[in-house]
Write a protein that binds this ligand. Structure first.
Ligand code: NAP
Length: 297
């Protein structure tokens, strides 16, 4: 029988990922701070533990997927955290999007105790987590990556070992710069199109097949013009990631002019209570500046 694998953090992403480990035939031990959120996985065949520590005591490999840097810190080193349950040779794989610098610190602390650590942040949204088609950007040593590859293959379709520990998080922040700058381009273009008297559906159809086309235009452009703000990814989580980009860019001394501007535009939307809307609601910040609404008539 294969060794059980642990999963801590059964939110939008973690629930889908742990579900795919189960579907692939692995024995899975789960923990979630809010216990009720673990119930669907238990129904699907997972065992439940009552703390991260208890998960680590039962599983040599444990995945984590929680919200922000202090949350991973708490799950790792807090009371009844994973670090209290690990043994020599345990391996922890963090799929949250968090600080690359903090990640390197955790890996160093755990290495002193003979415990391995990989960062494996994810892209692909709740759909990708549910379908097992995530892009997973992995940082850490080759042997540890090989050890968890069967699990990664069950959860993602693009697994890229991008470098040493912390490199996965840096790559995820690259991903986030590309996402928001693309979104700003779509937002600015649609507001301009509306102000110029164009039909927005025809405008998107006219440009999306050429060099101006993008995933963001094709998927979020139609949502914007139809007044549909349902989140694939919320402004609040996006804002957390942009804060991580700016902190990491500061550490390496790189100006992030576009990212900083977008961070502040999102901040105005958060102050207006729109943090739970999808990140394409960025257009609303430009609409307020221009007085033009980019909606289809
Ligand atoms: P979510 O639905 O809000 O779930 C967050 C999870 O973290 C919950 O299980 C929550 O437990 C747990 N948690 C938070 N703080 C904790 C703490 N201090 N101690 C223990 N557990 C804690 O978030 P999500 O969308 O799954 O995102 C998880 C991570 O994946 C984030 O870093 C996010 O940026 C990243 N991500 C998300 C997406 C996306 O599209 N949603 C895409 C790529 C990457 P409770 O249930 O008790 O609150």
């Amino acid at each position: 029988m294969s060794e059980p694998v642990g999963f801590v953090g059964l939110g939008i992403m973690g629930a889908g990922m742990a579900g795919n480990l189960l579907r692939a035939g692995f024995d899975v031990v789960v923990y979630n701070r809010t216990a009720a959120r673990a119930e669907p996985l238990v129904t699907a065949g997972a065992q439940v533990a009552d703390s991260p520590r208890a998960v680590a005591e039962r599983c040599p490999v444990v995945f984590t997927c929680v919200s922000d840097t202090p949350d991973v810190e708490q799950v790792l080193f807090g009371d009844n955290g994973l670090a209290q349950g690990v043994s020599d040779g345990s391996l922890i794989v963090d799929a949250s999007t968090v600080s690359p610098e903090a990640t390197r610190g955790w890996a160093a602390t755990l290495a002193e105790r003979g415990v391995g650590f990989l960062d494996a942040p994810i892209s692909g949204g709740s759909e990708g987590a549910a379908k097992g088609t995530l892009s997973i950007m992995v940082g850490g040593d080759e042997a540890s990556v090989d050890r968890v590859r069967p699990y990664l293959d069950a959860m993602g379709s693009t697994i890229t070992h991008v470098g040493p520990v912390g490199a996965g998080q840096t790559c995820k922040l690259v991903n986030q710069i590309l996402v928001v700058v693309s979104m700003l381009g779509v937002a600015e273009a649609l507001v301009f199109a509306k102000a110029g008297g164009l039909d927005l559906e025809k405008t998107i159809a006219a440009v999306e097949g050429g060099a101006a086309g993008s995933w963001m235009l094709a998927n979020r452009g139609p949502q914007v013009i139809r007044d549909d703000w349902r989140p694939g990814f919320t402004i609040d989580l996006q804002q957390k990631d942009l804060r991580l980009v700016m902190e990491a860019a500061d550490e390496v001394g790189v100006p992030t002019i576009a990212t900083s501007t977008i961070f502040h535009l999102y901040r105005t939307l958060q102050r207006d209570g729109l943090g739970a809307e999808g990140n394409h609601a960025l257009v609303k910040a430009l609409e307020r500046l221009s007085g033009i609404q980019a909606r289809q008539e």
